[in-house]
Design a binder for this molecule. Structure first.
Ligand SMILES: CCC(=O)SCCNC(=O)CCNC(=O)[C@H](O)C(C)(C)COP(=O)(O)OP(=O)(O)OC[C@H]1O[C@@H](n2cnc3c(N)ncnc32)[C@H](O)[C@@H]1OP(=O)(O)O
Length: 310
């Protein structure tokens, strides 16, 4: 799917330039040695993506590049993938909060890296390959976050600004909570771009196509009140203090993560299947997931307790 997407994207946007240069993005671009790709992304170094896994089964993923308002460097993209893989393998995991360090969410892709490589004509082909890989990485990891492959209930805790790719990242979470004074803004149009990390398609599913069109074509600043009205945010937290808002987000998420991990993960899987798959496949998935919990420890315990739902 990614190959198809990239082929079409670059044929329409960069096609003429690539043809003029007698080069094709897909001549082996995706056969690049993974280690080589890593080395290339590591050229755009800086910042980190930190994960703490709490006993409650909630993970806190923090984007940390305060110098650049938490813009995503190449190494941060690699780290994001590593952390998400760690979360995928977390048996006791139930929930995830994604937030930014320094009380701001994320200002999108690292514009310094883009400028540095695109300034050099001689390095154009390398730029296309490396930047394509960077985008590919972002696209893949955000799709993964949004999919049933990561069976954790996720929240983007939006403090300060979520711009460009940062706004796209918020759409890869199940829910968004915003702090007072924060904003989500798809600034892509002002950068001569459109979302490419899957943010537009997900936004349409969250707020509908008319509102999504307005937000993207107007590059509108979406404050907490408007986000609530649009259904883009679940709620506005009472405090914009970093520690207090994290605690509030934790409390909000805990309502939905109480209970055994196997059951919470199963809930997430059946809902995601309903969202992602054609009806028939979703129904089958639901039956299969049911089979994983039916007669399981939590089910047997509830039966033994003669649970009443008064
Ligand atoms: C996927 C597509 C994309 O993501 S396209 C990228 C979309 N993002 C942007 O265009 C963000 C551009 N930056 C801004 O609008 C402003 O810097 C914002 C984030 C509003 C912050 O403004 P303000 O509070 O005045 O701080 P500032 O501009 O002095 O920024 C502090 C330092 O951070 C940097 N910064 C910020 N964002 C990025 C970014 N995306 N890439 C690289 N650097 C970024 C600023 O340049 C500034 O650095 P410096 O202090 O000038 O060295």
């Amino acid at each position: 799917m990614a190959v198809f997407l990239w082929k079409n994207l670059f044929q329409t946007t960069k096609g003429r330039t690539l043809q003029q240069r007698g080069s094709s993005l897909y001549n082996g671009a995706l056969d690049y040695d993974e280690e080589l790709i890593k080395k290339k992304l590591q050229q755009f170094a800086g910042g980190s993506v930190n994960l703490s896994k709490e006993h409650s089964g909630i993970g806190i993923l923090t984007l940390n590049n305060s110098r650049l308002m938490n813009a995503f460097t190449g190494t941060m993209m690699l780290e994001l993938q590593e952390r998400v893989t760690e979360l995928e393998n977390w048996k006791d995991g139930k929930g995830l909060i994604i937030c930014g360090a320094g009380n701001t969410f994320c200002s999108g892709s690292d514009l310094n890296a883009v400028k540095a490589i695109s300034n050099s004509q001689a390095r154009w082909d390398e730029y296309v390959h490396v930047y394509a890989k960077y985008l590919d990485q972002a696209y893949e990891v955000l799709c993964f976050l949004y999919s049933s492959l990561l069976p954790l209930i996720s929240i983007a805790l939006v403090q300060g600004k979520a711009l460009g790719g940062g706004a796209e990242l918020t759409t890869a979470c199940d829910f968004r909570l915003m702090t007072p004074g924060s904003e989500i803004r798809f600034v892509h149009k002002h950068m001569g771009l459109v979302p490419g990390w899957g943010g537009a398609a997900r936004l349409v599913r969250i707020v509908g196509s008319r509102a999504a069109l307005q937000l993207l074509s107007g590059a509108d600043r979406v404050d907490p009140e408007r986000a609530l009205r649009l259904g883009l945010s679940e709620g506005t937290l009472s405090s914009s203090d970093e520690a207090v808002s994290l605690e509030e987000a934790r409390a909000w998420l805990s309502q939905y993560t109480e209970g055994p991990a196997s059951v919470i993960q199963a809930v997430k899987k059946v809902v995601t299947a309903g969202r992602e798959l054609p009806l028939e496949a979703a129904l089958r998935t639901e039956k299969d997931v049911f089979g994983t919990v039916w007669g399981g420890p939590a089910n047997l315990e509830a039966l033994a307790k003669r649970q009443k739902h008064k």
